[in-house]
Design a protein around this ligand. Structure first.
Ligand SMILES: Nc1ncnc2c1ncn2[C@@H]1O[C@H](COP(=O)(O)OP(=O)(O)O)[C@@H](O)[C@H]1O
Length: 176
């Protein structure tokens, strides 16, 4: 039996995925491993090439999934990435889609030093709900949760809510 649930935290860059994941690792009732998938792809060179025009890596999906598979089987993982449809439907127990006002995202990505082109691309993606649609079309409705991440109160409430979900998950597993 898996030691913990598999949670996907997704959303447009700048919505707060890594911030949420880090807090959850500290606050959850069981050990969780936070995988920042974008960083992983770079570190482990799980990409085919660097796309100069879009300033992003073209991910080698097969290799990425192969690397993740044993970790997912163990359980107790948070997958943090700006896309989610690549992950098999059977993987996640919960898919959290973080949402944020697009002008706030603009400011956050500007601070991060993103190019204007990348800021515009992400800003539009948030307005068009690209990641939310992707999550809804890839996973059963009952495991997809959309949460607002605009300020500290949102962050704290979201982390508390997900931590509570994890506690319930654990209880359910123990009763099985
Ligand atoms: N709910 C929030 N309230 C205030 N600041 C936030 C919130 N979520 C994220 N941030 C800030 O926005 C920036 C981007 O957050 P980050 O977690 O790196 O986003 P992502 O992993 O989605 O790209 C960070 O400076 C972070 O502190």
């Amino acid at each position: 039996m898996a030691k913990g649930p598999v949670i996907v935290i997704t959303g447009t860059p700048g919505t707060g995925k890594s911030t949420h994941a880090q807090l959850l690792v500290e606050e959850a009732a069981l050990p969780l491993r936070h995988i920042n998938v974008g960083e992983w792809v770079k570190e482990k060179e799980l990409y085919e090439e660097f796309d100069q025009e879009w300033e992003s890596y073209t991910v080698d999906e097969d290799r990425l999934l192969d690397e993740l598979e044993p970790i997912i089987a163990e359980g107790g993982v948070i997958l943090d990435w700006h896309t989610c449809e690549m992950f098999p439907e059977r993987w996640p127990d919960l898919v959290v889609v973080l949402r944020c006002d697009h002008s706030t995202i603009w400011d956050r990505l500007e601070k991060r030093g993103y190019s204007l082109k990348k800021i515009q691309e992400n800003n539009e993606a948030e307005i068009m709900e690209v990641v939310l649609e992707e999550a809804r079309s890839s996973y059963p409705a009952e495991i997809v949760v959309e949460l607002k991440s605009e300020n500290t109160e949102d962050l704290e409430a979201n982390v508390a809510r997900i931590a509570e979900w994890i506690t319930n998950w654990k209880r359910n597993q123990e009763e099985k």
